[in-house]
Design a protein around this ligand. Structure first.
Ligand SMILES: *Cc1c(COP(=O)(O)O)cnc(C)c1O
Length: 474
């Protein structure tokens, strides 16, 4: 694993963190210094747009309208479920009011004082906003379903195994749902997952996987591999993979390249179109703040979404997929003539009438991203996470520390999250003490605490407080 050296200004990788790693001065470990960073934060006002639960809310087991007290909890779990934007209930209410007032008319009628498009255009409203976040064209991105369901849909279109090219390369410690999806797709094609699934893992005793190691796996399996699917950011270690380099190399060896961006969406800057990614899926309830189980997103590169009418209006040529009427071109969708003509781009992969309520939640949270940019958010995120790392490592050594940071130290290789692997036996008591102090972060057995300060709503002062609390919990 790479060593954690403070204040080294040595990074500039292809994922593009500008200016390298932030360097903090001698007096940076004080409460006052943290407050000064907050005072200088150009994104500080965004916190006001979210409902940060109070300590009392977190402790209470009742439905309580925010907030039961003024003292906010420290919420560092936005990598699992983002907090609620204040605007979300207004968007949902607008949908409820449209439904109650004009019922079926809501599908097509523009409502003057609603922040929402007519329902049948809502996936475009969400897709356009998400395309800016992932670096695609509006046509390359759509909202539908949920992550795992979308992964199945896109695998149905992009995984076409043959007798000689049938392997899928994936992350050794993939999120279980991704593992099950791939395993079952392979079995669905009457192939044996033991022979067709290749798990890319780190070296013995390590947590991070070098780009070179991934390229070596691609080389080793190039002859019989059909597809590679990796997480943009690995959920457990927080490692951010080098998407452009891996994508380009896998293409040069004839593989289809898909990315699961569950932990990368709305966390790091992505350029899916420019990086020539074939397809990608993500959920929107983590850094996207769209609510529990909110609608997922997907990207299909322009070159795979084309609809070719050169053989006649009635003979459109398009990439094979599993189809449903909502993927049908809007101009002919209601002809009901059973001649499928897909919407060009990702929209043509839609299946069903989407939930307007779900889309309202998604459009609400995306409206906040529309007020800033991923480059501004990422710039703060790099500094916020570097500050967390700096405080965690300060005045300790690898020998005296009660934990090891298994997330890369290079900001180009991580997003907001740091994963702390605690010494054996510490997890339960540390987690209990953090909970008592109303700190919300995620623990993963056997010994990892995942800490994710989110640039939209977390502060440097919270990072400072968290580290004080954590150190006193050992
Ligand atoms: C969060 C997450 C999921 C969750 O999938 P759903 O279908 O939204 O439940 C899947 N894969 C990864 C890598 C994740 O981080």
């Amino acid at each position: 694993m790479s060593n954690h050296v403070n204040g080294v200004n040595d990074v500039n990788g292809t994922n593009g963190v500008k200016g390298g790693k932030p360097v903090f001065p001698e007096d940076a470990a004080t409460k006052e210094y943290a407050a000064s960073l907050d005072a200088a934060d150009p994104l500080a006002s965004f916190r006001e747009k979210f409902i940060i639960p109070s300590k009392a809310n977190i402790a209470s087991k009742k439905l309580a309208k925010p907030n039961l007290s003024k003292e906010p909890c420290i919420y560092f779990c936005g990598n699992s479920l983002g907090v609620q934007p204040k605007v979300t209930s207004k968007y949902v209410e607008a949908t409820m009011d449209t439904w109650s007032s004009i019922v079926v008319g809501g599908h097509f009628t523009e409502i003057e004082d609603s922040p929402l498009q007519p329902w049948w255009l809502l996936t475009d409203q969400a897709g356009t906003a998400m395309s800016k976040i992932v670096g695609g064209t509006p046509e390359e991105v759509t909202a539908m379903g949920t992550l795992t369901a979308n992964l199945h849909m896109l695998l149905a279109s992009f995984y076409k195994p043959t007798a000689t090219k049938h392997k899928i390369l994936m992350d050794w410690k993939a999120f279980p749902s991704d593992h099950y999806a791939i395993e079952s797709h392979i079995a669905w094609h009457d192939l044996d997952p033991k022979k067709s699934m290749v798990l890319i893992g780190p070296d013995e005793g390590e947590y991070q996987i070098s780009t070179q190691k991934i390229l070596n796996y691609i080389d080793e399996h190039a002859a019989d591999a059909a597809l590679i699917l990796l997480p943009g950011i690995q959920y457990y270690t927080g490692q951010y993979f080098d998407i452009p380099t891996i994508t380009e190399y896998a293409h040069s060896k004839g593989l289809v390249v898909g990315w699961d961006l569950a932990h990368a969406f709305a966390n790091v800057e992505l350029k899916l179109h420019e990086w020539d990614v074939d397809f990608a899926v993500w959920c929107t309830y983590k850094y996207g703040n769209a609510g529990p189980g909110s609608m997922g997103g997907l990207f299909v590169h322009e070159k795979h979404g084309k609809v070719d009418y050169s053989q006649g209006e009635d003979a459109p040529q398009f990439r094979h997929r599993l189809t449903g009427w909502y993927g049908g071109d809007r101009s002919v969708r209601f002809k009901m003539d059973n001649k499928f003509k897909p919407i060009p781009g990702a929209g043509g992969f839609q299946l069903s009438t989407p939930s307007s309520v779900d889309l309202s939640c998604l459009c609400a949270s995306l409206s906040i991203f529309d007020e800033t940019s991923m480059s501004a958010l990422r710039a703060k995120s790099v500094k916020l996470t570097a500050y967390l790392e700096y405080l965690l490592l300060k005045d300790t050594t690898d020998e005296t520390r009660q934990f090891q940071i298994i997330t890369p130290s290079n900001p180009n290789e991580r997003g907001a999250q740091l994963s702390l692997l605690l010494k054996p036996g510490l997890l339960a008591s540390v987690a209990e003490k953090l909970q008592e102090a109303s700190v919300v972060c995620d623990k993963r057995e056997p010994g990892v605490v995942r800490v994710a300060p989110v640039p939209l709503y977390n502060t440097y002062s919270e990072v400072w407080q968290f580290v004080e609390l954590l150190k006193s919990a050992f």
